[in-house]
Design a protein around this ligand. Sequence first.
Ligand code: AKG
Ligand code: FE2
Length: 344
Amino acid sequence: MPLLLETPASPVTLVEGYVPVIDLSSARGGDALGRRNVAEAIGTVCETSGFLVIVGHGVPEAVIAEMYRATKEFFALPQPEKDALLSDPADPLMRGFGRSGSLAASNADAAVEHERRRPDLSQTFTYNRLGDPGAVLPPSADERLRLPNKWPALPGFEEAYRGYYAAMEELSVDIMRLFALALGLPEDWFDDKVDQHMTNLTTNYYPAQPEPPRPGQLRKGLHSDWGSLTVLYQDDAPGGLQVQGADGEWLDVPVIPGSFVINIGDLMAIWTNDKWVSTVHRVVNPPREAAHRERYSMPFFHQPNFDAVIECIPTCADPDRPARHEPVLSGEYITEKFRRAYDL
Ligand SMILES: O=C(O)CCC(=O)C(=O)O
Ligand SMILES: [Fe+2]
């Protein structure tokens, strides 16, 4: 665990590093100078690792604790009860109890069949607001995006997920506003591109590993995330999240009580013309002496509106750095990634 700096370089950066710890409280308070300072610190990180840990985020501890409790209770159900909520194979967003798959198969350069033969050693549960009545989608969108969510009959479960989702929505919109400031854009630049967002809240359960995994098989294989940003709550069990460093080495992402890990996804890299990086990460297996330990994590995969056109932001191109990517539609990008990862 890195030491807190006595004289931090920036008052908002509490711990320096490839994955620094940044205090959002001065930005969440709304003061313009505070917001600029935090935005600047975040912008610098997004140019190097694209991964940071945030504290002072304002999400009540009780909301997180209740979500974590509900998640543990769900994954502890007997397998047939989880299987009864198995995601519809026609669901492009895999709501409910997830199908087995491989995040590594989603990478652009993946050997897809090879990766699928060594699926991730994890179970998932997913909720997406598009399954709720009244969600707005353009007429061109696949109707199956509206498939209803599946809920276990556990007291408080749906309420916990909805409460946590609402808190994550609010936090993500604010982080997108800080991103806009960091990119020299009007603060509300992203607002109308995420106001009908199609975010998956997916909880990950990593079971104990009584038998050693097969060679090359991980809790989650190496991958980048797909959307605009990920807000992740992780517990401190061994066999955790690692991010790839600038020289290809693997670095543990620090676990700090009450914090969230933020990382940007592929769409933000496309938006910023690769000025910001969607860094590869993975979840490793626990060492054999800790193989009995389970782990849980709760990522909120913030994903812009289905019809948001993701193309180079004007402030991110100049004659020496013309646009590097073809424009993509947010909704098409994520459904293609799901198809690859989960063979949907
Ligand atoms: O479990 C974690 O810490 C991260 C999981 C992850 O990277 C993902 O689900 O995309
Ligand atoms: Fe990820």
